[in-house]
Design a protein around this ligand. Structure first.
Ligand SMILES: *Cc1c(COP(=O)(O)O)cnc(C)c1O
Length: 224
């Protein structure tokens, strides 16, 4: 006799159910919320099951790692979409434009220049989120809040499509005020996209308007 429990929910099903539940409470359409499965450090053996379950949007934080992993995975799943969520060096801008469908870490004029040049050269316009240093932290990347309007303008005139704003709130304190502040900055600047929320706080990010949540641990377990 088979006493194993009936198939329990997969991590992907659990996260998607949480997204649906939160969207219902917030009176939002789940189609307006993109789950980016953050597969950094995970090998193809961990990524393939998610692809097989039907998930198609993934996030990586290093260009070289993505170049090593994804061409093979994309052979089987050509409609997989890749988002770059980590810091980008200007000398990797062209590689990033070629491989990624969206970039979440546009944070400084020198990188903007390199991305604009790469997009002109390849003819591929990759939507970019401007990463904002939302907690005004010295050690953290991101555009300073005071420079944001000018930087958005600069990106637009360079022909780089601005999808919205992205943030990583300061560690160890309640993230909600920072998510709310990012949403206000986006609204003030006429931007729709909000890339915010990770495994520990994506429901609150959805309540506060996130359009793109970046979830790793809740889908893949702890990174090794
Ligand atoms: C790693 C990473 C995530 C995912 O974090 P989890 O806590 O594993 O969900 C999200 N955003 C960025 C920028 C990351 O580097």
């Amino acid at each position: 006799m088979d006493n194993t429990p009936k198939s329990s929910a997969s991590p992907l099903e659990t996260v998607n159910a949480e997204i649906a539940k939160t969207a219902r409470i917030a009176r939002r359409d789940t189609d307006d919320i993109t789950l980016i499965a953050v597969s950094k450090t995970q090998g193809p053996d961990k990524i393939s099951p998610l692809l097989a379950e039907g998930h198609r949007v993934f996030g990586e934080n290093r260009v070289q790692e993505a170049q090593e992993k994804w061409p093979a995975l994309k052979q089987d799943y050509p409609d997989a979409q890749l988002h770059l969520i980590g810091q980008l060096q200007s000398n990797k801008a062209e590689d990033a434009v070629e491989l990624f469908d969206c970039i979440h870490s546009l944070d400084r004029p020198s990188l903007l220049k390199a991305l604009a040049k790469a997009m002109d050269k390849t003819g591929k316009r990759v939507p970019c989120f401007i990463q904002v240093n939302i907690g005004d932290e010295d050690q953290k990347g991101g555009c300073p809040i005071g420079e944001l309007p000018a930087f958005i303008e600069q990106a637009r005139s360079a022909g780089v499509p601005v999808a919205g704003l992205m943030c990583i709130p300061p560690a160890g304190i309640e993230p909600a005020p920072f998510f709310a502040f990012l949403a206000k900055l986006a609204e003030d600047n006429g931007l729709e996209g909000l890339s915010m929320g990770m495994s520990s706080d994506y429901p609150v990010a959805i309540m506060l308007g996130a359009t793109h949540i970046r979830v790793g641990t809740a889908l893949f377990g702890e990174r090794g």
